[in-house]
Ligand binder design. Structure first.
Ligand SMILES: CC(C)(COP(=O)(O)OP(=O)(O)OC[C@H]1O[C@@H](n2cnc3c(N)ncnc32)[C@H](O)[C@@H]1OP(=O)(O)O)[C@@H](O)C(=O)NCCC(=O)NCCSC(=O)CC(=O)O
Length: 470
């Protein structure tokens, strides 16, 4: 009798631990419950005419800078409907205040954070972990604390505030959450990603710093994630793997994106001409690590064979040129690329042999929203969803780049057919448009034909003509 009782207790004890082990294992998955992107109000749109007036306010620009800006704007892949902070629209870009920066953040927080709770029917009090990734505005108390205050979150919520980590910070935040989830304790995490444009509008005339004014626009995204297996039927996607690469030990990688002052002391973001090359180097390294987790064995063997062949024959090129015949689409269904700029999208697209269908979500995001930095990936994903491209079982590759220089990528598995329109709802039927040409050339094309002699070097007369074109 005693023996049977002892054996039963022992059996129950082992069963309990086996059950706990498997429950904990199940709770280490990372599920994306839902996400929302921010759509600022229509009065914040920055059209060709508003941009023209904005450029004309910068008295430090000479004819060569006007020509550069015109060329860049025409080639940027950015359309007429992106959003700017209010201080810039009000003509106060040279003297931003903390209140201006807070206003830009608050409009996003108050709309999108509230929206995700309404959408998921979760409560702010159910959030255990909050990670905010906003790179270039880091006030005290932190922006994470501001969200806790606005949403009246629990006093044991664990907050993390990632700053200075650039456009790739949203995947860095996901990586952080994924690592927290590995503890096995059931957790709900919220990631809030955006960028602050207000304090970083560049009012000088250094070309590599003016470029950021053309590319970066206001936006933001909020994601709710969990490792709780009881919530997995509600989840949109499950994280399969995430790979992070940092080439900051190499000077050109470290220096190619940098917040700095120009020679006259004007603050801004420097985007070096070497950025696309650094991005490709980081991407090559990142992808080498990601590939074994993505490609089917046949493609993987083919890839390794090609690399070996290249080494034996001592032919030039990176792992992508070695692997030109590799079919990446055999392991990935959708390519969610950071909408950082046309050169970056082109480079990744060429390396992976992507079709115009594959890179359409990134190009359309750049056109409609501009480079919204850390949040841009989620607008790209939103485009895929609004187009009803994401089907149960599909794999989505997200690739992001950011200051550091970092390339971070991950694979998501779609858990059910998705078709939420979110911020694309009212316009998705118009995309892709017939042309991505913006009206800058039509309005200001004459600038490229202008020489110093045309205005006898009189920039005031030149600016007056620009004003008349508005
Ligand atoms: C700016 C562009 C749209 C221009 O397109 P083009 O097809 O015209 O490009 P191009 O290379 O022929 O360049 C045209 C002219 O611009 C000049 N030029 C190009 N890039 C420049 C730069 N960064 N600084 C200064 N000049 C630059 C070239 O020398 C050339 O000059 P000339 O005419 O005299 O020969 C593209 O180059 C682009 O998308 N670049 C990458 C943008 C970028 O850095 N995005 C990432 C943002 S950072 C990010 O997203 C992450 C983060 O911040 O963390």
């Amino acid at each position: 009798m005693v023996f049977v009782a002892t054996m039963t207790v022992l059996l129950l004890y082992y069963l309990y631990h086996i059950l706990r082990y498997y429950t904990a294992k199940l709770s280490t998955n990372c599920y994306l419950i839902d996400y929302v992107c921010f759509k600022p109000s229509p009065d914040r749109k920055i059209s060709t005419l508003t941009s023209g007036a904005l450029i004309n306010r910068n008295k430090s620009l000479g004819l060569s800078e006007y020509k550069f800006l015109l060329k860049m704007i025409i080639r940027s892949g950015i359309g007429e409907e992106t959003y700017s902070p209010r201080n810039i629209l009000e003509g106060r870009e040279e003297s931003p205040t903390i209140d201006d920066s807070m206003l830009e953040m608050d409009e996003f927080f108050k709309t999108s954070v509230s929206e995700i709770f309404a959408k998921t029917k979760l409560l702010p009090s159910e959030v255990d972990v909050l990670v905010v990734s906003i790179s270039a505005f880091s006030p005290s108390p932190s922006l994470a604390a501001r969200i806790v205050q606005q949403q009246k979150m629990r006093d044991d919520v664990k907050t993390y505030n990632l700053s200075g980590m650039g456009c790739s910070a949203s995947l860095i935040a996901i990586d952080l959450v994924n690592n927290i989830f590995k503890s096995g304790k059931k957790t709900v995490a919220m990631v809030v990603s955006s960028e602050s444009i207000v304090p970083n509008w560049y009012c000088g005339n250094e070309k590599s710093m003016m470029l950021s004014n053309i590319l970066f626009r206001s936006g933001g995204s909020v994601m709710l994630l969990t490792n709780d297996p009881t919530m997995r039927s509600r989840a949109k996607m499950r994280l399969k793997c995430i790979v992070r690469t940092n080439i900051g030990s190499q000077d050109d990688g470290y220096n190619c994106v940098m917040q700095k002052e120009d020679d006259t002391g004007r603050l801004g973001f420097y985007l070096g001409p070497g950025l696309p090359k650094a991005a490709m180097r980081a991407f090559t390294k990142n992808f080498q690590q990601l590939m074994p987790q993505v490609l089917p064995y046949r493609e993987l063997l083919l890839y390794m064979w090609r690399i070996a062949e290249q080494k034996v024959k001592k032919t030039e090129g990176n792992s992508f040129s070695a692997a030109t015949k590799i079919n990446y689409k055999s392991g990935i269904d959708h390519f969610c690329l950071h909408a950082g700029g046309t050169a970056v999208i082109d480079a990744v697209g060429d390396a992976l042999g992507l079709s115009s269908y594959d890179d359409e979500p990134a190009r359309m995001t750049l056109f409609r929203w501009g480079n919204t930095s850390a949040s841009s990936l989620w607008y790209v994903l939103g485009y895929m969803e609004a187009k009803k491209r994401l089907r149960k079982g599909d794999r989505v590759l997200m690739i992001s780049f950011g200051a550091g220089f970092e390339c971070n990528s991950c694979i998501w598995e779609v858990k059910r057919d998705l078709g939420d329109g979110d911020v694309w709802e009212d316009c998705i039927k118009d995309y892709p448009p017939q042309t991505l040409v913006n009206p800058f050339f039509e309005k200001f094309g004459w600038v490229s034909e202008t020489t110093e002699e045309t205005f006898s070097g009189n920039m005031e007369a030149f600016r007056k003509k620009v004003a008349l074109s508005l």
